[in-house]
Design a protein around this ligand. Structure first.
Ligand SMILES: [Zn+2]
Length: 119
């Protein structure tokens, strides 16, 4: 059997089933602290995600948390955690009190490929 261009075109059209479908898409993520949009000037959504899933044997056993923070609120939270950490280790001689890189895993990681590693 030989299909001409016209026949092949109509055969392909019959094999492809098309219909319009409604798809939910995330268009914005609101910061859980300041309740502002996390959409950057570039149009991309830029936010931090904090997850916790507490397991057996702790007070919050079975509870699962997920928070989204904008850039400002994330770094404010990091500053608060760093302050709490310094107070918690006030009399610990082994603690580096100049730790300004808490949680920093890489820099220059523009393509999410690992960057150049922790400075
Ligand atoms: Zn925020």
């Amino acid at each position: 059997m030989v299909f001409t261009g016209a026949c092949l075109g109509s055969l392909e059209a019959e094999m492809k089933v098309k219909e319009k479908v409604e798809v939910d898409t995330v268009t914005d993520v609101v910061c859980d602290v300041c309740l502002c949009s996390t959409k950057a000037n570039s149009g991309e959504l830029e936010f931090a995600t904090i997850n916790a899933c507490w397991g057996y044997g702790v007070r919050h056993d079975g509870e699962r948390y997920e928070l989204h923070l904008c850039e400002d609120c994330f770094f404010q939270a990091i500053a608060d955690i760093r302050k709490h950490r310094r107070i918690h280790n006030l009399f610990n001689d082994d603690y580096d009190h100049n730790d300004n890189e808490l949680g920093l895993m890489a820099t220059d990681d523009y393509f999410h490929d690992g960057g150049i590693g922790k400075p």
